[in-house]
Ligand binder design. Structure first.
Ligand SMILES: C[S@@+](CC[C@H](N)C(=O)[O-])C[C@H]1O[C@@H](n2cnc3c(N)ncnc32)[C@H](O)[C@@H]1O
Length: 330
């Protein structure tokens, strides 16, 4: 299996459930995508209860979910809805999802339509859906209060290199027997290193090897009744018996929320705008009397062909610009 490649066109099985021809497995339970997302992941990670702990917290409190396998985005959309419906949830939600085979936007649109996704949220996701280029793609929802970071690439290669603290984990790769890479003990150990104190984890799988690997990664694992006729699934909480390296820091808290930005070129202006969107008071110092008065004001820019021996994003971008979209795969 290539470590990164756009997903081939989506097909639907005889019950109308989206199926991956890459892995020979369904993207969602045949018993209902939204009920599964809510029961197995949102409630499996106890998100509503955990969010209640934030009631009365500062206005910049944030909560991070790390998901393995974005797929059709059902778990993300279900989490977004749960966050919106909760009264007093953490002010900011960061949903970080790793996906090695992003769908084409037309396939995603069709699948979300067939599954009956909430139309406004689906539309927002589709409008912001990035090109299938490896790396990080950041999408913003709910006036910047909710961030979706799509990390396009192979989880086993990327997750050990991530630098973040996660409060909850959704393990949603295809079945371990069909896709062992998504349940590799090294990958689950990497999750343990990213877990903030008390982080919760959920998956529909109850495979013995997954349980063992999670226990080895410092999770206290509980096997509970499965969803919609499945015998079992797993819930877990990070509670290492021998804490090794320090757990990731809790998110920083900025009581004053004021910032000083020096320079109103492209970078400074974008930084100031980003702070302002998040409700910070920003002061910008600029000698030129207005934005974009220095180098950022150049009306032209020089460019040159970038030849690269490998398929890196910079090379792809140049090929796209110079030869048009139809040659982008050259
Ligand atoms: C069951 S689907 C995920 C469903 C999704 N969470 C949702 O809510 O719609 C599993 C996903 O894992 C992705 N995947 C499989 N192997 C992967 C890997 N090694 N790294 C990252 N993603 C992978 C697949 O492309 C697929 O989209």
């Amino acid at each position: 299996m290539p470590s990164f490649a756009p997903h081939p066109p989506l097909v639907f099985d005889e019950s109308g459930t989206p199926l991956s021809t890459l892995y020979g497995d369904v993207f969602r339970s045949r018993a209902g995508a939204w009920a599964e997302a809510q029961a197995v992941f949102v409630e499996g990670c106890a998100l509503p209860q955990r969010w209640d702990e934030f009631a009365g917290d500062p206005s910049d409190a944030s909560f991070t979910v790390l998901e393995l396998g974005f797929g059709l985005g059902v778990n993300f959309l279900a989490t977004l809805r749960a966050w919106r419906e909760r009264s007093g949830p953490p002010a900011r939600l960061h949903f970080f999802s790793v996906e090695a085979h992003p769908l084409a936007v037309e396939d995603l649109r069709h699948a979300l339509d067939v599954l009956g996704a909430p139309p406004a949220d689906a539309q927002h996701l589709l409008a912001a859906w990035p090109a299938a280029l490896p790396g990080m793609h950041r999408l913003s929802f709910e006036a910047d209060a909710v961030t979706l970071t799509l990390c396009f690439g192979d989880a086993l290669a990327l997750v050990p290199k991530l630098r973040l603290g996660a409060d909850a984990f959704f393990l949603d790769g295809f079945a371990p027997a069909r896709n062992p890479r998504m349940w590799d003990p090294a990958l689950l150990r990497a999750l343990g290193r990213l877990a903030r104190t008390g982080a919760t984890l959920a998956t529909w799988s109850a495979a013995g090897a997954v349980r063992e690997a999670l226990a080895g990664a410092g999770f206290e694992v509980e096997r509970v009744a499965g969803h919609a006729g499945k015998r079992h699934r797993l819930r877990a909480r990070h509670a290492p018996r021998w804490p090794g390296a320090r757990p990731p820091e809790p998110p920083p808290h900025w009581p004053a929320r004021t910032a000083l930005v020096v320079g109103a070129g492209l970078a400074g202006a974008a930084t100031a705008a980003g702070f302002a969107r998040r409700g910070w008071q920003v002061t910008v110092l600029e000698a030129g009397g207005g934005p974009l008065r220095g180098g950022s004001a150049q009306p032209l820019c020089a460019d040159h062909l970038h030849l690269s021996p490998d398929d890196n994003p910079l090379a792809r971008l140049r090929v796209r610009e110079l030869f048009g979209r139809h040659r982008a795969g050259v």
